[in-house]
Write a protein that binds this ligand. Sequence first.
Ligand code: ADP
Ligand code: MG
Length: 448
Amino acid sequence: MSKLAVQADGMVITYNKGKSNEFNALNNVNAEIYPREYIILFGPSGCGKSTLLYTILGGVPPERGHMFVQGEDIYAYTPAEMNQYQQSTIGIVYQQFNLISSISVLDNVALPMIFLGIPLKERNQRASELLRRFGIPERLEDKLPTMMSGGQQQRVAVARALINDPNILLADEPVGNLDSISAEHVMDSFQDINEKDRKTVILVTHDAKYLPYAHRVFYMRDGALRRVVMNPEKTQVKHVKPGETIVTEIEQLARLYPYAEPVELKVKSIVNFVTQNFSFSQLEKLEKAILEVIKGSLDDTMLMDFLTRPLQVGGVGMRREDAPEIVKRIFTLVRYSKDVQRFREEVHNDQLFLHQQKFIDRVLDYLAEEVGLKATESQMHVLRTAIAERVGGIINAADFEERLILPTNLGGAAFDERGASMVSRYLEKLIAQGGYVILPNELLGAHT
Ligand code: ADP
Ligand code: MG
């Protein structure tokens, strides 16, 4: 096993233990972070992001569980070892900068080196270098931090966090107090530290616009790690087996609806599939109904009744002649997506070829029902392979579509663009429903 940067193992954090306001801020959190990864802890206020970050810092002893950093159980450290760890292995940046207002900017940055017994000249030189790197000019070194802008103060804090060259940099809402231009500078400096200095960065935010910075995003809610999503736009540090993860429409929707649960995203995906020209209140009701369908508590007759019932009496108010088609499409999609789910489970268990042919037959049935797919035998052959690879997570949606369009002598299926895009669109819908298996434990357990 490669040495992990951070491994949270069944972490339970309880505040006010034994009092009437006892509160579990972390409920059995398991997480693995690899050296040189950029991880964002994301979720609504109060979900436990800061708590998880401070457990990595060594500041919050767990009620149960262990926190391993670079292979060592940090809560088993002696006080001296913990000190050493916090000075040299970890750096942290806070939302409120936390600079000492009575000493100069240069001294603020150099301060952590004093405790390591490093001579003054060397301290000042290194502090100066770091300040230059993060865009603080020499003339500001002797000033007090409060004489600087928020963005400058935070860049001083970043320099201070790096002064002892820690392997891991933590940041708790580091741009939460900054205007958008300063925020971008600070976020870019974290990216630089991750990419150029190859440091592990673990950053807390509740703002979805920063998610693209991370290799992986840990979505938290109610003290739990709900899911881990890889950023398809970044080359992953963590080794990804082919087929281990699959990027579907759900990940794209997750960017638009960052706080939504996976099942809510599935609902949105279906609603988007079957509706046009619906009003907002109709869409809302439809979402509620589809959630019940996914959960299995609404059958097709009940859905039909709900869709056609007038708005005034609590229905969706859909025209009676439109409803049957929509009900059929929803149930067909949900039914076939179960096959995708089973197939994905087999991929996870390395039983890829066990039922692959049967599975692909079913997908082709679905496409025939939805698109009225017609193809020659040789086109069918290419299509079958492409479906297996797409659902297995080996190629992405764009590759899939391209494969269908490519001429046969280049290994493609020579579909016309319209046909290829229809097939791809329906297949994506299907795997968005069935493909969501990136559950934290499954994903994170892959290497232990
Ligand atoms: P986040 O950073 O996601 O906003 P926190 O980790 O700060 O969340 O807090 C998680 C929960 O624990 C919140 O409900 C918060 O009120 C509670 N909490 C945080 N720190 C303490 C503490 N020192 N004592 C009691 N409750 C706390
Ligand atoms: Mg917080």
